[in-house]
Design a protein. Structure first.
Length: 404
């Protein structure tokens, strides 16, 4: 499928505005990284606890922040998930012992601030074991005889109902449980006596120790460098070494600009962002190889063609493929960024930026490197001294000076 046929755009004639733009973006990103002391790492890399909380109504973010700040030392991040009543509460930690302490403090603060249940068990945050223990004796007093296995099955059924959509952890009326298998009127009456419904639920707790975070950060950097090194070797073997250098410089350029924009816009770098960066390394490299492969084919067919004109023809010949792959991928990434919510925001932002930068770097960064290199080689040849042959004499005795 081709969108464009026999195009003749002068891409390389427009290379300098894009090169200057890349230099500006790179300088701005590096300056931002320097001023902020490096990238802003997420919990995955610096260690900490993240608690995913869902509220029944609009989350009281300011009240939540003040309540947590009064009990937990250090930085606390509270991010509301776009379009929902959910928040992500993150705390940084300095040692392994603080992990469980911070987690417990967050839970206790939420319960004391928002979960007023009058001494009853909060059913929206109860575990299977706590629910089982709480109902055992009251059920017996109300004439409901259940053995341990039956009681455990009952607790599992109630929590399964609570955790399935559309409730997703929040029951709004205990009467709803009458539809749960095993919940008889007597059981329902006992649950109403012993349990209450808090206005929030803790959906997930994620904890990463600082040592693990440091190791993950090191491994992520190594994975990116190994990917670039492996691609350099492959392209140098498949084409020529200068092609490999051009491709790796273009990909490194994409990575630096993307990380720089993360710093400029104060976005955290976590494991999902590293996954996006590695995806972009492969994506940009693949796009560059397609252009280089067409250049290599045209070098055999158009030997007398100037290199800049030949590269322009090669880029024009692959234009339809670039528009199809980059365009469709960009639309998908943009949809994730606009509608994917807070959880996918950093991942999709990296994809959107990387696709834009990676597409133009294949044309306006990698290809010009080949031209600059050829110009450098030609200038060296012109500067090379011409060897002079020693003078010889003709049979008549006249001197003749020769050149090679």
């Amino acid at each position: 499928m081709e969108f464009f046929k026999q195009t003749d755009f002068d891409f390389l004639g427009k290379k300098w505005p894009f090169i200057i733009l890349s230099l500006i973006l790179t300088a701005a990103g590096l300056m931002s990284l320097y001023l902020k002391g490096g990238p802003i790492y997420g919990i995955d890399f610096k260690g900490g606890a993240v608690v995913h909380v869902k509220f029944l109504h609009e989350p009281p973010v300011s009240k939540l922040r003040s309540a947590l700040s009064a009990r937990i030392k250090g930085d606390i991040s509270i991010v509301q998930v776009s379009g929902t009543n959910e928040v992500l509460i993150g705390t940084e930690i300095k040692d392994e012992k603080a992990l469980n302490t911070n987690r417990q403090l967050i839970v206790e603060t939420l319960q004391s601030t928002f979960g007023v249940t009058g001494g009853k068990l909060d059913l929206n945050n109860a575990s299977e074991q706590t629910l089982t223990d709480r109902l055992r004796e009251p059920l017996q007093k109300n004439g409901v005889s259940l053995n341990d296995q039956q009681l455990q099955n009952l607790a599992q059924a109630i929590l399964r109902y609570r955790n399935t959509p559309p409730r997703s952890g929040l029951i709004t009326n205990i009467g709803e449980l009458s539809s749960v298998p095993g919940v008889t009127p007597a059981v329902l009456k006992t649950i109403e006596q012993e349990c209450a419904l808090g206005p929030f639920t803790i959906r997930e707790v994620e904890m990463v120790g600082p040592k693990v975070g440091s190791e993950l950060r090191t491994k992520a950097i190594e994975a990116t460098l190994y990917a670039l090194g492996g691609m350099l070797v492959y392209i140098a073997f498949r084409f020529e070494w200068i092609y490999g250098v051009a491709a790796v410089v273009a990909v490194f350029h994409d990575t630096i600009i993307t990380i720089g924009l993360f710093s400029i816009f104060n976005k955290e770098i976590n494991l999902t962002v590293i996954a996006a960066l590695l995806t972009l390394v492969g994506y940009s490299m693949n796009d560059t190889i397609v252009v280089f492969d067409r250049i290599r084919e045209n070098l055999k067919l158009l030997r007398r063609e100037p290199l800049e004109s030949l590269i322009n023809k090669s880029v024009n010949q692959t234009l339809s493929r670039t528009v199809l792959t980059s365009g469709l991928t960009f639309l998908t990434a943009l949809s994730l960024y606009l509608f994917g919510g807070q959880v996918l925001n950093s991942f999709s932002f990296a994809l959107v930026v990387g696709i834009i930068v990676g597409t133009y770097s294949s044309i306006f960064i990698a290809s010009p490197i080949l031209i600059f290199w050829q110009s450098f080689i030609e200038k060296r040849k012109k500067r090379a001294p011409v060897p002079v042959v020693a003078p010889t004499r003709e049979p008549g005795g006249k001197k003749v000076v020769g050149r090679r």
